[in-house]
Design a protein around this ligand. Structure first.
Ligand SMILES: [Zn+2]
Length: 395
């Protein structure tokens, strides 16, 4: 064992230093040794180039997770033939997992329980479009818990027809639409860290004729053409930007717009969404494990076992079927939004004042005092001349 008491104290060490003769403290001359720290340049070595696209900042990064949702009502809007069986194969292919199907049917039954005013209790009594949702903590206090209980899907009920006085006109002919049953499956849309589901309805036009010559044209309540027909204050309650089969919450979509405007790419945003969704899933997993551990004693006594908490993207009947959109999906829905608003952007640009007419920051022109076209042209030519002179010097 090392004896620390044999070490000199700070004061005794300085005393020892004072006893050393000065001659021994003079540095002795050492033979010079040359060390090559930086190797010579090898002209044949591979050179890193900056040709990789900026978006491709990580080759290890995944891009999205899971598969897009199927749509049992996957018909061209307004051309559904109720007598047809077009959607049968699609429904089989994209069957809802059992835990989601049970939750969907329960909410649907609740939504169809309406008062004399035709409104679901959710609208008339609770005054909300969102079904209330239990928190995970209280779900874990149940007598027996399964991991599927914690998936806990949150539903949004969208039946605007009963809220619009006078009903909704057909997008094609303007005739009042009638409710024609509910959409056969909920519509999934993703948020910043969890997934939501829309329960929708079909609205039928009794005048329009579909391609097979029958008067069976219907529109889904989340159809963009239906939402355009609604009063603005009601339309703004719709919480999602939908693609053909999926969707994203408006809060996540507008956050994505801000990210794009501030230099974040679609791939980076998709990766961030994936991380947030996986983190939320892992939190539920952790809560599940702690709850099981807390009831370990009584579980042993009852010889009770618990199922494994399945991964986020598990597509087995008991799995979560998690989905996070890919970067291409995000690009497409962003481009679609921009293209739809192209006229608005052009109109806004045309209405800007002349102060924004400057060619760069150092040549702003106040056109407020320009009263004639001639004066405007003179000032504009001056700006062009000054601008080109400035850039010639920098080129
Ligand atoms: Zn019609």
């Amino acid at each position: 064992m090392f004896d620390f008491s044999s070490l000199p104290s700070a004061s005794s060490a300085s005393a020892l230093l004072q006893q050393i003769p000065e001659s021994s403290m003079v540095p002795q001359s050492q033979p010079s040794v040359s060390l090559n720290v930086i190797p010579d340049e090898d002209p044949q070595r591979a050179v890193e180039t900056a040709d990789e696209p900026e978006d491709d900042y990580s080759g290890l990064m995944e891009d999205g997770l899971g598969a897009e949702d199927g749509d049992g009502d996957d018909f061209i809007d307004g051309e559904r033939d109720d007598a047809g069986v077009t959607g049968a194969n699609i429904q089989d292919r994209f069957a809802l997992p059992h835990w989601l199907s049970v939750a969907f049917k329960a909410r649907l039954e609740e939504a169809n329980n309406r008062g004399g005013d035709g409104l679901p209790k959710l609208y008339s009594v609770q005054k909300t479009f969102w079904f209330p949702q239990q928190s995970t903590y209280f779900l874990l206090r149940k007598h027996s818990v399964t991991s599927q209980d914690l998936y806990n899907p949150r539903f949004f009920l969208w039946d605007p027809e009963c809220l619009v006085v006078g009903g909704i006109g057909c997008p094609k002919c303007g005739v009042k639409l009638n409710r024609h049953g509910h959409a056969s499956r909920p519509r999934r849309f993703v948020g910043l860290n969890e997934t939501f589901w829309i329960i929708g309805y079909r609205y039928r036009c009794k005048e329009c004729v579909n391609t097979s010559g029958k008067k069976t044209v219907t529109f889904r309540s989340w159809d963009a053409k239906i939402i355009e027909k609604l009063p603005v204050d009601l339309a703004l309650e719709f919480p999602a930007q939908l693609s053909h089969r999926s969707g994203i919450t408006l809060s996540a979509f507008h956050f994505m717009r801000s990210c794009f405007q501030n230099g974040m790419g679609a791939k980076q945003f998709s990766d961030s969404l994936r991380v947030q969704h996986l983190r939320r899933h892992d939190e539920r997993h952790l809560q599940y494990l702690h709850a099981i551990q807390a009831r370990q004693g009584i579980s042993n006594w009852k010889d009770q076992t618990y199922a494994v908490f399945l991964p986020f993207e598990d597509h087995s009947p008991l799995g979560l079927h998690g989905f996070v959109p890919s970067s291409q999906w995000l690009r497409d829905i962003y481009d679609d939004f921009i293209e739809k608003h192209e006229m608005d952007f052009n109109q806004h640009t045309a209405m800007l004042s002349g102060e924004i007419c400057a060619l760069d920051h150092s040549h702003k022109v106040n056109l407020a005092s320009c009263l004639t076209i001639l004066q405007f042209l003179i000032v504009f030519c001056f700006v062009l001349k000054d601008h080109s002179r400035n850039h010639e010097s920098s080129w």
